[in-house]
Design a protein. Structure first.
Length: 130
């Protein structure tokens, strides 16, 4: 019972901190299709780990492609920014030592650093899964 209350408090803290209640968050595409955010992250993980990301090494491209694979959106980059609050450079830099950058074309980690990217995706999957 204590653990359950602790988890509720942690979820409340993330909602307060990031402005989103991350579990069970849903994207709604142009046709009204409801897509759980965890499916977007799992799709990006699949693209990144199986080298199906068409030569791109960054997570942003994988997230973008995953969103497009799951639904029809006019501006997938805005969908990611507006709805997946924990997918951000600030979270990645605090939790996984990504470099701070304001340039959207810049990589958060060195191109060869696949481990940090995979760890970050695993972190997001765990947060959004439950």
């Amino acid at each position: 019972m204590v653990i359950k209350h602790l988890l509720i408090r942690i979820q409340w803290f993330f909602k307060l901190l990031f402005g989103a209640y991350y579990p069970n968050d849903i994207l709604v595409d142009n046709n009204g299709k409801r897509i759980p955010i965890v499916l977007v992250i799992l799709g990006a993980y699949e693209l990144y780990t199986n080298n199906k990301n068409l030569g791109y090494f960054g997570l942003c491209c994988c997230m973008h492609k995953s969103v497009m694979n799951l639904g029809q959106f006019d501006y997938p980059s805005e969908v990611i920014e507006d709805n997946i609050k924990l997918f951000s450079n600030s979270v990645a830099s605090i939790k996984f030592n990504a470099k701070r950058t304001d340039d959207p074309a810049d990589y958060w980690w060195d191109i060869d650093d696949k481990v940090s990217r995979i760890n970050y995706l695993n972190y997001l999957i765990e947060l959004y899964r439950y």
